[in-house]
Design a binder for this molecule. Structure first.
Ligand SMILES: Cc1cc2nc3c(=O)[nH]c(=O)nc-3n(C[C@H](O)[C@H](O)[C@H](O)COP(=O)(O)O)c2cc1C
Length: 355
């Protein structure tokens, strides 16, 4: 591995410099741990989905649940969203006590109910509040504190460089930036030139995020912009092995594309893990979302998604996935043993997860 393939956040080594991005509704312990298992040694850091500071201070089950993790996820960054510096400090203490190696402050969430109260991307407009929040959180914990921002609020206010400088002056240990404004949500172009400008303007590590959908692009973004690391979010859903593909490409090894069976087995294991970890109704809701996102654009996906959305319980959902798997294996076997020269009559090769 080259020396530029790792960096430090405070005293936490991030090796390699490829990070699983925080995704609400997705990056809980089950997803984070399955991504680590599927990509041994190839994910330098995982970040929790955003956790409500208000929820944590009220000891709400949902917030406490998101804090749960297993040892293999380390180093783990726990992301908090809130607006009251004192409450954020208190929540950071709880998260650090529960094993967070890094506390990350969400400064990019675009959701109206979050920004209306002063949290998420609104903190990029309320710079004094952001300064106080970071100060309070840093004062409360001994682990490094990082911040994830956007390009700005809207096109008239692309203040990521100014915010990054403020964060550096206040002792943030790293800044991650998704190169879209709050107004853009997830549409339009991600501005990697702005991410590069942020990197050039501060001395703390900068991690870039946005639209990385292949191993090649991950390495290209690192090289072109000089950022210390990159985050991969949505692509980890359609291709959970993308991290090991980056590692392979980087070291000149062949990029392995897992088989359909492996892809299907991963999805089943993920849902099983979810079912074992959380309340059956929570597991059902989250599993529906995961299956829908992870089977997009695949053969047989629409019918499976339709059935999964109507599944009344997590056990039924798992049974559906398992029987789809059995059918898929049978179809692959038919394909493998079909007589030569009979190409047109072959069943279409099923693919559960496209890559
Ligand atoms: C479903 C979903 C949920 C997200 N939740 C969070 C979150 O909780 N905290 C956060 O900082 N960013 C969140 N993001 C933004 C991602 O971390 C990332 O910056 C963005 O998706 C761009 O990267 P990508 O193109 O690799 O997905 C979310 C994105 C998606 C698609």
């Amino acid at each position: 591995m080259n020396s530029w393939s790792e960096f430090h956040i405070g005293d936490v080594r991030v090796r390699p410099n490829i990070v699983l991005a925080p995704m609400s509704g997705i990056t809980d312990s089950a997803f984070r741990s399955i991504i680590k298992d599927a990509n041994p040694g190839a994910v330098g850091l995982v970040v929790s989905e955003l956790i409500s500071v208000e929820g944590l201070s009220r000891q709400e089950r949902k917030s406490l649940r998101i804090l749960r993790s297993v040892a293999s996820e380390q180093p783990l960054a726990v992301q908090l969203f809130g607006w009251e510096p004192e409450r954020m400090a208190e929540a950071a203490r709880v998260a650090a006590d529960q094993g967070a190696a890094i506390i990350d402050i969400n400064c990019g969430c675009p959701v109206p109910k979050v920004v209306k109260r002063g949290g998420g991307a609104e903190l990029m407009r309320q710079t004094e509040r952001l300064r106080l929040a970071l100060r309070a959180v840093r004062g409360a914990v001994s682990v490094p504190v990082t911040v994830k921002i956007r390009a700005g609020w809207d096109d008239r206010s692309r203040n990521a460089v100014e915010i990054a400088r403020l964060l550096e002056a206040e002792g943030a240990a790293m800044v991650a930036i998704h190169g879209r404004t709050r107004k853009q949500l997830y549409s339009g172009q991600c501005d990697w030139e702005l991410i590069q400008a942020v990197k050039a303007s501060v001395r703390i590590p900068v991690v870039g995020s946005g639209d990385i959908d292949s191993a090649e692009l991950a390495l290209r973004r690192l090289e072109e912009t000089g950022v210390d690391g990159v985050m991969i979010g949505r692509a980890s859903l359609s291709n959970p092995w993308i991290f090991q593909q980056v590692a392979a490409l980087r070291t000149g090894r062949p990029v392995r594309v897992p088989t359909e069976q492996e892809a299907h087995a991963l999805l089943i294991t993920l849902v099983e893990r979810l079912a074992a970890q959380v309340h059956p109704l929570v597991a059902l809701g989250r599993a529906r979302g995961l299956v829908c996102r992870m089977t997009k654009g695949v053969c047989g996906g629409p019918a499976l998604r339709d059935a999964v959305m109507r599944a009344p319980s997590i056990d039924t959902l798992l049974a559906l996935l398992r029987s789809a798997f059995v059918e898929q294996v049978a179809a692959v076997e038919r394909f493998a043993y079909a007589p030569a020269g009979d190409g047109d009559a072959l069943p279409r090769r099923p693919a559960l997860l496209h890559r």
